[in-house]
Structure formats: structure tokens, C-alpha cells
Design a protein around this ligand. Structure first.
Ligand SMILES: N[C@@H](CCC(=O)N[C@@H](CS)C(=O)NCC(=O)O)C(=O)O
Length: 205
């Protein structure tokens, strides 16, 4: 299988980390949306990453759809995401919130880096940053109320997504983390980043 995209993208990183946790053998093509648009568009008409090229040539797009396939195919015990029930819903809710933090963090980063300086809309940027920060504060409450991983004593898709979201914001917009008191998230990230699956995907920002 071939994963398209670099781990500086939190969406790509959550996908590659899950592939590592599931011991999947894969090649990763480190294409960046900023300078490899036409190449990336071959695998996703919208030109976004990640995409996953399967061994039979089929292509999956969007981290959520890719992870759904990976868990269904390679996680026979459904350790990363149960197939039914209340715990599944709780994991998906935490994952959705962390995914939204990623979206707002990436949008804020694009506002700053992909526009001419005089065209940056400060009000919109502040709005995006507030949204990312509110999401992190809510995730902090979840993390602070748990003694182990976010949804039980084993790591799940929620932990992976939260850690990738936290690390992305910390790298791109550290003031959002420093301004909040996110000790439980910081300690979750520290714990995750000691695992080989995360060490291998740590982005070089
Ligand atoms: N919902 C998608 C979001 C993917 C996404 O927005 N990726 C960014 C990279 S961080 C991208 O490709 N941006 C380029 C663009 O939107 O033009 C997912 O979860 O995979």
C-alpha cells in the first residue's frame, strides 16, 4: 500500500500512526500540497492528503474513510475502535472533536501562510484560533478525567487523533497551547510519543 502525504499534515500523521500501530507494511510518498498539487490530484481530485493506494490499485481518500478501512481490515480484535456500542460512540465523538481541532488549526495556518500578508483577515484568523483552542480545552477535560488512555486501558483511534491534533497545534501555533492549561493533553502526548508508532511519524516541521 502507498500512503500519499507528509506527516506534517495531522490528517496524514494520524493515518500513518494507525498503520504503524496495526503493523502494516506500507510505502509513504512525502508529497506536499503546497508544491506537489498536480501529483496529489492524481490520487484525489480535490488535491488533498492523505490518500491511500491499495494493493489492487483502488484509492481511498480522507483520513476518516481510510482509517475505517484499516481498522475493519487489519484490527481483527477491534482494539482501536469497537465495531458497535457506547464505547465506539464515545471514541468517535472524541475523534470528531480532535479532527475538528485539526481542521481549524490547518485553516488558521493557511490563513497566515497562503495569503499575501496584507490580505490576511485578522478577525477570521482569531475566530479560527479560538475554535481550535475551545476544542482543545474540551479535550483537556476528557483527558483530565482519565487515568489511562482516553477510552479505557488501551490506545484507540481517539488517542491517536488527539495526540496528532495537539502536536500539530503545538508546532504551528504554540501560543494556543501556552495560553491554556493543557497539562493532561501534554502528558497524553508525551506518553504517545514514547511509542515507536508515533516516534516514526514525528513530523520534521
Ligand atoms: N477531512 C480530510 C482533511 C484533509 C486535509 O484537509 N488535508 C490538508 C493537509 S493538512 C490538505 O490536503 N490541504 C490542501 C487543500 O485543502 O487544498 C481528512 O481527514 O483527510
Amino acid at each position: 500500500m502507498i500512503l500519499i502525504g507528509r506527516n506534517v499534515s495531522p490528517f496524514v500523521r494520524r493515518t500513518s500512526t494507525i498503520m504503524n500501530l496495526l503493523d502494516i507494511d506500507f510505502e509513504q510518498r512525502m508529497l506536499a500540497t503546497v508544491d506537489a498539487g498536480p501529483e496529489i490530484t492524481k490520487f484525489n481530485p480535490i488535491g488533498r492528503v492523505p490518500s491511500l493506494i491499495l494493493d489492487d490499485g483502488k484509492i481511498l481518500i480522507d483520513s476518516g474513510a481510510i482509517i475505517d478501512f484499516l481498522v475493519e481490515t487489519y484490527d481483527s480484535d477491534r482494539d482501536l475502535l469497537p465495531s458497535v456500542g457506547e464505547r465506539r460512540r464515545a471514541i468517535l465523538q472524541t475523534t470528531a472533536l480532535a479532527h475538528a481541532v485539526m481542521e481549524k488549526g490547518v485553516a488558521a495556518s493557511y490563513e497566515k501562510t497562503r495569503r499575501a500578508k496584507e490580505k490576511i483577515c485578522r478577525k477570521w484568523l482569531a475566530h479560527l484560533e479560538t475554535q481550535a483552542q475551545q476544542g482543545l480545552l474540551e479535550l483537556e477535560k476528557t483527558a483530565a478525567s482519565k487515568s489511562s488512555w482516553l477510552h479505557g486501558c488501551t490506545i484507540t483511534v481517539a488517542d491517536v487523533t488527539v495526540i496528532c491534533a495537539f502536536d500539530y497545534i503545538f508546532a504551528r501555533n504554540p501560543i494556543l497551547i501556552e495560553d491554556s492549561n493543557l497539562e493532561a493533553l501534554a502528558s497524553l502526548s508525551e506518553r504517545g510519543n514514547r511509542i515507536e508508532a508515533f516516534i516514526e511519524t514525528a513530523p520534521k516541521m
